[in-house]
Design a binder for this molecule. Sequence first.
Ligand code: ADQ
Length: 749
Amino acid sequence: MKTRTKTQTQKDRARTTGEKSAEDRPVIVVSNRLPVTVHRGPKGLEARRSPGGLVSALEPVLKRRGGTWIGWPGTELRQDETLWTDEGPYDIRPVRLTEKEIAGYYHGFSNRTLWPLFHSLPGQARYDRKEWQMFQCANEHFANATAEVAGEADLVWIHDYHLMLTPQLLAERQQETRVAFFLHIPFPPYDLFRLLPWDRELLRGVLASDLIGFHVAGYAKNFLDCVERVLGARVDHEAMLIEHGDRTVQVGTFPIGIDFEYFERAARAAPPSADPTERIVLGVDRLDYTKGIPERIYALERLLELHPEHREKVVFLQIAVPSRFQVAEYRQLKREIDGLIGRVNGRFATSQWSPIRYLYRSLSQDRLAGLYRDADVALITPLRDGMNLVAKEFIASQVDEPGVLVLSRLAGVAETMYEALQVNPHNVDGTAEAIHRALTMNEAERASRLTALRRRERLNDLDAWVDGFLAAALSAHVGLRPPTDADFDAWLGRFVTDHPVALFLDYDGTLTPLVDHPSKATLTPSMRNVVHTLVGRPDTDVAIVSGRALDDVAALVGDDAIIYAGNHGLELMGPDLPRFRHQDLDHYKARTVALAEELADLAVSGAWTEQKGATLTFHYRAVDGSKQGRLAEQAHAIITEAGFQARNAHKAVEARPPIGWDKGQAVLHIVRALYGPAWSESVRVIYIGDDQTDEDAFRVLAGLGITFRVGSAEAPTHARRRLPNVDVVEALLAWLAKRPAAPTATHEP
Ligand code: ADQ
């Protein structure tokens, strides 16, 4: 096999094609499948065109623009095997996956969990932890392969449900390139999506994209709804924007089109496909349980019962391309369809005629175009479908006598094909009547409907889809407007009304931006003011919970009416709060001195150790970026070796004594001490923090209070919501400071 490097091929291409305009710049397409599927035959590797709508849609894009297509080649390649890369107008980069990974990631999690769930068929979905792990692992392989070439294009365009974690995994490896994601299948409503045990992870995975596209508005709406409800993210439903930590993600609808002219041309050129005396009702699908093939056969059977005049005149031609045969449900479906066809044919066939003709194979697009042209009726009745390209291909190929499209209202394509006869595929009688109506419709109505459908599909063809999507993906980013009092009202209004509030605030990164040295982190006058106003309210108690030493944080804030928790809560003090020092504090204080000495060896080129009594922080923010990872690892090892718990913080590693005490325990200690054991009935707890160490408090307060994590959305969080930055924290505090007065917080005697 021939190999050339990517750079060479691109240079060659640039020489022959000249410079490309921005709209025609190469793209990197990442999808589960490559346009060709490789089989291991007797003569070695053989490539065949991959089946399905995604390849039909994307291949023309790369042929026109050039670039790279990254995907799984359909079989496990040996280490010494490569795919040809210098044929054709774009490069192909195979992602190597083992048989085990394919079983878990593709046949398993993608096709037995996400596919049925996203098609609103939860009864078919299964939830298997090992398959989920394989899904994560395979997505990492895709991200690695993409990271290698991502810098060579303006945009990485990731496709479909198989790769919903790839945007995030890619961002962890390569942050510079823009990433757009398109989902080709439906996105389910919240009530179904939340069945998924890994709902948060999947959303976070895809939200690392700059643009997320769906076929139709309903799916985009479901997605926004899930992001808002599952992640607690702020969503502008009208502008379709999501605030994901400190980033804004654009969502959009881009109904896919087909290469209309190609099908029209192919239909004109195709030889006759059928006996002109037969009336053909045509079905064309991948053999998939979402496509409603059995339901369609029942409808045909009903048609022949209700309208016997069609017997011996009408033939139903079903063409099914084999698909996912490794999945048991698909083999079962094949058996079911075979049995049904046999039964209906047995029931109605005469010596001259059988009602159903069935081809279980792939056909070329040119052949399909001839069949579409010669069909009197296309029967496209999926139980659910992202879009459905077959409906569009049929319309484009209708260049002769006008035919009629009978279309499931549950396909995405139904949202724009108003002129089709729309049916509910679960309604067998209704579908049978629609077929009858299609077969008996007069020419004027058929032509009117078809003309309107053709005009729309010609206009909104594949090029229009690609151009629209890429323009949106490459256009300047619009930020979400900052949160307003209306947002704070919605999040906290009912929660705090008529109740005193206990407000817990982390210090660094929450009340002050992160700075290169802790000594520079001081409160701005306006932040100091708003905290001061809150402290002055009789219905509000304020506590600062910090990893800093108690005296240090108390001095920085400088207000006696505040409760302070230093050393991640190992030391507490405040009005009405008996001073608390964890019993092991002195013991560990001595041991941190020894630990600090050990860490001193690492404290080179900007790294330094902050001793805070029983805890200690090793800071490496000022160290050269390339050395940070190694340094953090070494610090981790030394801290763990010394018998402390090592925890990652912002460009720092915290060493904490292994005494089961953290910010979460400290918060509980404070509220119980101040308000008694039934505290959650008398006071509303709000906690805002930005650090990994605040996660302990978020976990403890889940369901008991409302929690916010500040900053980037890179790390997962147990907080109910995220706030993008310190400015928004201040705005939220200002809202709390001016809220209507509530009863005074009564403290335990
Ligand atoms: P699919 O589920 O594969 O695509 P669909 O949109 O109908 O569904 O595309 C099927 C493609 O396969 C068509 O291009 C069709 O011509 C081709 N095909 C079908 N039967 C064939 C046969 N026997 N021989 C050869 N080719 C055949 C997914 C989503 C859809 C979405 C597309 C595109 O499930 O909802 O429309 O992606 O986004």
